[in-house]
Design a protein around this ligand. Sequence first.
Ligand code: DDH
Length: 302
Amino acid sequence: YAAAFLAAIPDKNKDYQEVYNAIAQKLVDQDDYDDGSYGPVLVRLAWHQSGTFRKHPSGPKGCPYSENAGGSFGGTMRYEYEGSNPANNGLDVARKFLEEFKQKYPYISYGDLYTLGGVVSVQELGGPKIPWRAGRKDLTEKDQAPNGRLPDGAKGADHIRELFGPHAMGFNDQEITALIGAHCLGRCHVKNSGFDGPWTFSPTFFTNDFYKLLMDGDWHIREWNGSRQFEDDATKSLMMLPADMAIKTDPKFAKYARKYADDQDLFFKDFTAAFVKLLELGIEFPKNSKTFNFKTLDEQEQ
Ligand code: DDH
């Protein structure tokens, strides 16, 4: 079993709402990226920095980091090995977006910054409130997690359960299904992953549309020269990865996807719990550490 990293107790004078606001304001100001927001790629950074956690760490043979538990604690994706993992293609954009806040608020660690960027984005794009805690610490290059721990979009339900399940990150079928609903945001980019296109018609709004489209729509294999992916019959403008289709075809995942398609409040509630768990994998927070419940920019204007 991996030992949990012990988080620091954040100084009461460190105002993380101020950092939240600065990131949120930059999201508003720089609306010329991709579909109009850096939010989706920031959410993906938060997830890929966290999703390397393993309860039983052992990496690919010959990997110098194979005993490392991974997770968001050390903010290690800023280093060469993890940063250049093909699974992390395109996330340099998100790390560059956030770098100025590390300079401006030097008290924030990279792990805190990368996870906070995801929290800001989910909230500002209309998603649920994500309670967040500070206290991750910058670790060194030798603390990088091995590559090969993040899921492959070309694969199916067995692969998903193996990487998210009890021996890996520790999520059950319900939590896994709730997490993948983050594909309401953003798109696939051929240059990053070999896949192409958005999952929904509103990729800069956090909604339960991923489940509605997946469960209620009809999908066929797209005819093109790229990677095997699915396209919607109705408009031929949306996409699903083989790994997304597994959520529809596997009855245990589909049971939850159906519920989330029918009930956005339930999705928001379950996503919140699973996303908080994801961002905190492998971290032990001191009992008296503060949970931040950030206000959105909109709420602060009222
Ligand atoms: Fe994902 N995801 N993801 N994903 N993901 C991609 C983009 C985004 C898989 C594959 C891909 C989660 C789970 C899975 C987001 C959030 C989350 C892309 C496209 C691929 C491929 C990257 C590119 O080309 O730029 C697979 C496989 C899984 C799986 O679970 C089996 C989870 C759990 C989350 C989460 O946040 C909780 C987001 C957001 C994006 C959009 C990024 C962007 O730039 O836009």
